[in-house]
Design a protein around this ligand. Structure first.
Ligand SMILES: [Zn+2]
Length: 587
């Protein structure tokens, strides 16, 4: 029997082991547990409501005073593990005082809950080798739900989650330098709104393609039950292609790429097919009309796609490479044309005053794909100024993609790489990852977020720290990197101050009111599944957050309210970080 310093396994009689086999349900049948004995779960015991991999660290957090804890089996309330809570630690970011319950030595697969005498019980969770498979499926399939320009139906698994073909009309806005119709049907709805934005598509699509490049052998067998399933290609690549095809349509004949395609203003909370506003191709308002950030993002993403799709569809791969080259050439001519919303347009701006990092990423990916000196020279002439970005609190974001370029260069196996550059990037990445591990271990919630990280999209940032750690683990494997990435995932799935799973329809106590038009407009009682919430945001840019009590600590400034777009919106780039994080921790 396994033992830990603070906890002990309780000997399970043979009958219970048999019961375990009988009551062992796959995660797809995970349902809300019925409280046995009249005890309902409360927010004071925080667990990852999906669960914990069998062999890894298993820690719950308790925010009310207690001494001991028990892990009980959901099927028969048998105590499987007993332990002592660790010493209390105050957490400044939430105002909570936390005691850790460590039951890492429990490796018996099953469904459990925690009980703390005098405090109560937790929501249920599983211990299982492939514990996050179902969450990965839902998170990746959520992109299918965001498809624009086609009818969507989540099928018998989620009856009623459908929308008709949407946004089939489109035209050039005066700011694009052209006029007349331009449908550009396709792509993913960006977030809670129905816009499509090149810059946010760039990091999203790049991150998903990277997940495939780094973890493809684990992901190839996962079917997403989308229209293309069974066509012989991996489903992740099938889904990503839906957005890539739209990105390619946003490229003008001269190689430049328009910044976005949205309506003039946000529509009301209607289903996408009921949005009457045409999708306008929007440009910078004066020559050359396209923006450098959007164009360089396409160059980077299409260069990755040229590598990734080559084994499956050579014509599509070649089309991407052509697009990437033409986009790069355009950015040589126009190295920093930035974008601001033209008069009359009030949708998301995704403004960025410096497109140098986008160009660095594009150069790295183009060199990695082609080996050609023009891209290599640009990268080597420019990378050094971006090395400090590897240590920035927020390593990469839609606005700051230099780390993507640096990491890609460090990963390339191509001959002729500059040894000095590779060593410098590797050293920077490792130092940053070790700092994140150290501060996460010291953080009472075991999350990598620092006080200033509780801004718009803080949950995406928590996932992003996981991406950074898992990437570094590919570069230089260290179990602490994976463990800390998992800590951030546990935070998102319920081990947080609200005891809330921030992925819709995942876990027994998920958030339920995302700022997401289909979820708000349809007749289904629950929101569309698999969507990550933006999370706590101390900047309070909406009226819901402004109405919360003053002086709340930053991690508490959140509301599960559809109107709180600043803390409860969904967004494809956070979603991509979540998918990458889940892909990286799948066995
Ligand atoms: Zn649409």
């Amino acid at each position: 029997m396994l033992r830990s310093l603070e906890g002990s396994m309780v000997q399970a009689p043979r009958r219970e082991i048999l019961l375990k086999l009988v009551f062992f349900f796959p995660l797809s049948f995970l349902t809300v547990a019925v409280a046995i004995g009249g005890d309902t779960p409360g927010v004071n015991i925080k667990v990852d409501q999906v669960g914990y991999p069998r062999s890894g660290q298993k820690i719950a957090l308790v925010s009310a005073p207690g001494q001991t804890f028990e892990v009980k089996r959901s099927s028969d309330n048998a105590t499987i593990f007993r332990g002592k809570l660790r010493a209390a630690a105050p957490d400044a970011n939430s105002g909570d005082t936390l005691q850790a319950a460590d039951f890492s030595s429990l490796q018996l697969p099953g469904k459990y809950y925690l009980e703390v005498p005098g405090v109560g019980r937790s929501w249920p969770f599983s211990v299982e080798e492939e514990v996050f498979s179902r969450t990965f499926y839902l998170a990746m399939r959520a992109f299918y739900g965001q498809r624009c320009g086609t009818a969507v139906d989540l099928g018998p698994e989620f009856p009623g989650y459908t929308h008709a073909a949407c946004h089939l009309r489109g035209s050039f806005h005066a700011s694009s330098g052209k006029e007349g119709p331009r449908e550009n049907v396709g792509g993913w709805h960006d977030a809670g709104d129905y816009g499509r934005y090149m810059v946010n598509s760039g990091i999203t699509t790049g991150t998903l393609l990277w997940a495939w490049e780094l973890f493809g052998p684990k992901l190839g067998r996962i079917k997403l039950n989308i229209p293309e399933t069974g066509n012989g290609n991996p489903d992740l690549l099938n889904e990503v292609r839906w957005n890539l095809e739209w990105m390619l349509k946003m490229q003008d004949d001269d190689g430049g790429v328009w910044h976005k395609q949205t309506s003039e203003h946000f529509p009301g909370f209607v289903m996408p097919e009921d949005d009457p506003l045409p999708g306008l191709v929007i440009g910078t308002g004066s020559a050359p009309y396209k923006s450098t950030c959007a164009t360089a993002d396409l160059a980077a993403v299409a260069a990755i796609a040229a590598r990734v799709y080559e084994p499956y569809d050579q014509n599509f791969a070649a089309k991407n490479l052509r697009a990437a080259r033409e986009a790069w050439t355009w950015t040589e001519r126009y190295p920093n044309v930035t974008f601001r919303n033209p008069p009359g347009i009030s949708t998301g701006e995704y403004g960025d005053t410096d497109c140098g990092d986008e160009r660095l990423w594009a150069a790295a990916e183009l060199w990695r794909t082609t080996g050609e000196p023009v891209y290599h020279r640009y990268f080597l002439d420019n990378y050094a100024q971006y090395l400090p970005n590897l240590h920035a609190p927020q390593a990469e974001s839609w606005r700051e993609v230099a780390p993507m370029g640096l990491w890609s260069y460090a990963l390339a196996t191509r001959q002729g790489a500059d040894a000095h550059a590779r060593a410098a990037i590797r050293q920077g990445a490792l130092t940053a990852a070790r700092e994140i591990v150290d501060r996460t271990r010291r953080n009472p919630y075991r999350v990598s977020l620092v006080a200033t990280d509780y801004a718009w999209g803080s949950n995406g940032l928590a996932a992003n720290y996981g991406v950074q750690l898992l990437f570094t683990n590919v570069l230089s494997p260290d179990p602490a990197f994976v463990e800390t990435a998992l800590d951030n995932l546990h935070y998102l799935l319920g081990r947080n101050t609200f005891s809330l799973s921030w992925v819709t329809q995942v876990g027994a106590n998920p958030y339920r009111h995302p700022h997401h038009r289909p979820s708000g407009a349809d007749k289904n009682p629950e929101p569309w599944p698999g969507l990550l919430s933006g999370g706590p945001n101390a900047a309070r840019q909406d009226a819901v957050l402004q109405a919360l009590p003053p002086h709340l600590p930053p991690a508490k400034i959140y509301s599960d309210n559809q109107d709180s777009y600043a803390s409860n919106e969904v967004c494809i780039n956070w979603q991509a970080m979540l998918v990458f994080l889940l892909a990286g921790v799948l066995p």
